[in-house]
Design a protein around this ligand. Structure first.
Ligand SMILES: Nc1ncnc2c1ncn2[C@@H]1O[C@H](COP(=O)(O)OP(=O)(O)OP(=O)(O)O)[C@@H](O)[C@H]1O
Ligand SMILES: [Mg+2]
Length: 413
């Protein structure tokens, strides 16, 4: 697959679920989704691998499903990174323009980005992305692409995303053990923004919120760039735990009840609605009003959106969100989530759907697929880049080959 680059694969290894999307590149660069595989995730906590074998098994299961649906063998994938180990901050670089006639050259742009990334970061972290926000040429700001313009002093404002070296290595090792080459690693929010946000939203200012299993990830975009990212250690699984405790019911039952009958806003639920709930131990099932469920879930939803609001205000971006909020991730499927977010933020809120794709899109319809589809799209748009050659990356790309030939390996050696 790596050879003809016709198929691109996005792999989202989440805390609750692993999803694998196979995309086919059509003529004129159109992207068609031809395969989707999903498996419950075991072995991660808050986006970080804590148990190797179960994670490998989950990845294999999701990939195999996607392979069957697509009818092709998956050999490489663009893999998403998220979770508590991700850090991000804004930085700035300045250089003198050296091009002929003081015209900004590609080399000047490269140098100013290098200057912006020359910051000290903790030893256990490495830079994942340097995302240009704007260039400033002789104090004239808001320039998206300075090459060819005239000036003496070039500045770049950038958003730098760093990740824990060990966390990335552990995830890469798991993917490799599933016999898949990691062609690139991408911040999940960046990948998702490519698939679920409109160009207008990215331009006007929007908060992209991914309510996952273990964490809720936030990214703020404006003028086409990322300005702020943050991770909250609260996600969809906390709703399930609250129900398990509140209803004194086992966690797997609480998860089913949440998905079938849950609502994050009590006022949306009919007071007469009742459901049957299993009890712990030998006791008989009980009847329960759906409103009681919503009363347990609502404070958790409010907590998540209040924490997000505090984070956005603290970082100074509350006035940037002209296009409101877009919710993705499995946790955003809970009915009432957008309404609670609207109440807390007093802004328009919608659930994000993967876009920018063609063909049979129904299987990947839904906010929970935003990241995996985004990873495939990101891979497709950046497919000319060389295979991942991360500094310090394990040379263990071939661990657990499983009979598949790694085309890039032959290219390199
Ligand atoms: N229909 C639904 N209603 C309510 N919650 C749901 C629904 N479907 C999934 N969830 C919840 O979504 C969460 C999983 O979301 P998702 O699959 O996006 O997480 P993940 O990407 O694996 O995790 P993370 O991003 O935190 O690593 C779980 O807590 C699950 O209970
Ligand atoms: Mg996720």
């Amino acid at each position: 697959m790596a050879k003809n680059e016709r198929y691109i694969v996005g792999l989202d290894v989440g805390t609750a679920r692993v999803s694998c999307v196979v995309a086919e590149i059509k003529e004129q660069g159109a992207v068609e989704i031809v395969g989707l595989g999903e498996a419950p995730s075991r072995g991660l906590r808050k986006g970080v691998v804590v148990h190797l074998e179960p994670t490998v098994e989950s990845i294999k299961a999701a990939v195999e499903q996607a392979e069957v649906m697509a009818g092709v063998s998956v050999e490489s994938a663009t893999v998403g990174l998220a979770g508590g180990h991700v850090r991000s901050f804004n930085s700035r670089g300045v250089v003198a323009v050296t091009g002929r006639d003081r015209t900004v050259s590609r080399d000047d742009v490269r140098r100013v980005l290098d200057a912006a990334r020359a910051v000290s970061i903790p030893q256990d972290q490495e830079i994942l992305h340097v995302l240009p926000q704007e260039f400033v040429l002789d104090n004239q700001g808001g320039i998206a692409s300075p090459v060819g313009l005239n000036g003496a002093r070039l500045e770049a404002n950038v958003h730098i995303v760093t990740v824990s070296t060990t966390s990335v290595q552990n995830l890469v090792t798991c993917v490799n053990h599933a016999a898949i080459e990691v062609r690139d690693t991408v911040l999940e929010a960046l990948a998702a923004s490519e698939s679920v946000l409109s160009a207008d939203e990215k331009e006007l200012g929007v908060a992209l919120i991914d309510v996952g299993g273990g964490t809720t990830d936030l990214a703020i975009l404006e003028r086409g760039s990322i300005w702020h990212t943050a991770v909250l250690p609260v996600g969809g699984n906390h709703f399930t735990n609250d129900l398990a405790v509140g209803l004194r019911t086992p966690i797997p039952d609480a998860e089913k009840i949440k998905i079938r009958h849950g609502c994050a806003l009590a006022s949306l639920v009919d007071t007469d609605d009742a459901i049957e709930v299993a009890s712990i131990g030998e006791r008989k099932p009980r009847l329960l009003q759906r409103q009681v469920l919503a009363e347990i879930l609502q404070p958790r939803a409010e907590e998540i959106f209040h924490l997000l609001r505090e984070e956005i205000v603290r970082a100074g971006f509350e006035r940037m969100l002209n296009a409101g909020l877009v919710l993705i991730g499995g946790g955003s499927l809970l009915p009432g989530m957008t309404e609670v977010a609207e109440q807390v933020f007093d802004l328009p809120v919608r659930r994000g759907q993967p876009g920018g794709i063609q063909g049979r899109v129904e299987p990947v319809c839904g906010p929970q697929y935003g990241t995996a589809v985004g990873l495939a799209l990101y891979g497709a748009r950046h497919r000319d880049r060389k295979p991942r050659e991360r500094a310090g990356a394990p040379r263990g790309f071939l661990v657990g080959v499983g009979g598949k030939v790694k085309a890039w390996f032959h290219e390199m050696f």
